[in-house]
Design a binder for this molecule. Structure first.
Ligand SMILES: [Zn+2]
Length: 146
């Protein structure tokens, strides 16, 4: 019961970010660049049709295998093909359900802080939100192996 309430509150708290995610994914879907896959726990998942993308988006997606915006996830592979990536992105969804609009704000601020203030860290790779998501995908991987 309590976790259900907490879950609903998480969706509400994340909703301003999710709203942007849905707008963006829907727009990309109109151009048939993205395809709706389904709901996985608290994630609304779209598939990116990489070959259909115009050059500018192809360049963007070259560096990504997926990303999350609020409760929205876009992946270059299907969740069944890449459950570790799904687990990674789902952890970003959890982060936004905990932090709401502060998640993307802190994510960016930390990236800036790493770029500005450190010489040994990498803004994306060493970002704690990425470390957190990566550890979730490692957990999933060892779950699949064992
Ligand atoms: Zn990530």
């Amino acid at each position: 019961m309590m976790s259900k309430v907490k879950n609903i509150l998480g969706w509400l708290w994340a909703s301003p970010v999710t709203f942007f995610g849905i707008m963006y994914a829907s727009l990309m879907m109109i151009f048939r660049y993205y395809r709706w896959v389904g709901k996985f726990d608290n994630s609304l998942v779209w598939y990116c049709e990489y070959d259909r993308l115009p050059m500018i988006f192809k360049k963007m997606w070259k560096k990504w295998s997926g990303h999350a915006i609020g409760n929205v996830i876009v992946m270059r592979s299907y969740p069944e093909e890449n459950p570790t990536l799904l687990a990674h992105e789902q952890q970003h969804v959890r982060q936004v359900m905990r932090m709401g609009v502060f998640q993307p704000i802190f994510y960016m601020l930390i990236m800036i802080a790493i770029k500005w203030g450190t010489t040994n860290l990498e803004p994306y790779y060493d970002n704690p939100f990425e470390l957190d998501a990566r550890s979730e995908s490692f957990k999933k991987r060892s779950e699949l192996i064992n």
